[in-house]
Design a protein around this ligand. Structure first.
Ligand code: ZN
Ligand code: ZN
Length: 268
């Protein structure tokens, strides 16, 4: 198993030490991790300082690419927004870093942070979720440099609704938005990640979404627990793997200097 979505104290919303995360990976039986600290040029209400990738690289050098058998990769999670300036700021910020892997994620919608409970106060579930997907759809064309789309169901993570689950069955609009997003991803040779963080405290969801991705030609996925602290590292990745297998997606990917290696998803 791999965990390709992890944060450390280089992210504005995490205080996890690198070694602490690596020990948790070792305990969870993770073979390869990728640190994906926030590069956030669109974070209303948060004002995150973008991760100091050069300092993190220096700190990681002492491990020489591995920690007691856990392989270590250097990545970033870029916040996407539908205006070119945000994309350009992110792209030029990461350019000198020689990263292995880049996640592109939407965290805010027209200046409203999705992790803020106020965002949901005036919206039905359908409207809130569609607004999130619309923002992804509108942002993607400017983010040709990402490796995968991050947490397509992030809006469900903080939602106050009794049933938070994301599903194509919510409406035809939701279905169409996912189809557009996946076509755009697939046509540009990118992938999606399956992020387990939104499931916390609920049964998993997403089989119908993953099946749609596959039916449109999606061939690979990455796995991430999005752990901001060591207790969440590797959380429910076994369930995620089983779901991807059931959806018929043939590969998961690992990355080295932005070049993917594909590994078959097999029954185990
Ligand atoms: Zn994120
Ligand atoms: Zn994250």
């Amino acid at each position: 198993m791999i965990d390709y979505h992890l944060h450390t104290y280089y992210s504005g919303d995490s205080s996890a030490m690198i070694e602490e995360q690596l020990n948790a990976a070792l305990d969870a039986g993770i073979e390869e991790v990728c640190f994906t600290d926030h590069i956030d040029f669109d974070s209303p209400g948060h004002n995150f300082v973008p991760a100091a990738l050069d300092k993190r690289h220096e700190e990681l050098l002492k491990f020489g690419g591995g920690y007691k058998g856990v392989r270590i990769k250097e990545g970033a999670e870029i916040s996407m927004a539908p205006f070119k300036e945000c994309a350009e700021n992110s792209r030029s910020y990461i350019a000198p870093a020689q990263l292995d892997f880049i996640i592109g994620s939407v965290h805010s919608i027209f200046g409203a942070n999705v992790s803020d409970p106020d965002f949901y106060r005036t919206k039905s579930k359908h409207i809130a979720y569609l607004a999130y997907l619309d923002t992804i759809r509108a942002s993607l064309p400017d983010y040709g440099f990402i490796s995968v789309l991050g947490h397509y169901d992030f809006v469900a993570k903080y939602a106050p609704y009794h049933d938070r689950s994301m599903s194509l069955t919510l409406s035809n609009d939701i279905n169409a938005a996912f189809a557009d997003i996946f076509k755009s991803i697939i046509n540009t040779g990118k992938g999606i990640e399956l992020n387990t963080a939104a499931w916390r405290g609920a049964p998993h969801w997403g089989l119908d979404i993953l099946k749609l991705y596959r039916s449109l030609g999606g061939e690979f996925i990455t796995f991430g627990s999005d752990a901001h602290s060591s207790d969440a590292l590797g959380d429910r990745l076994d369930e995620a793997y089983a779901l991807v297998l059931e959806a018929g997606i043939p590969y998961y990917a690992t990355f080295d200097r932005l070049v993917p290696t594909f590994h078959p998803i097999k029954k185990r």
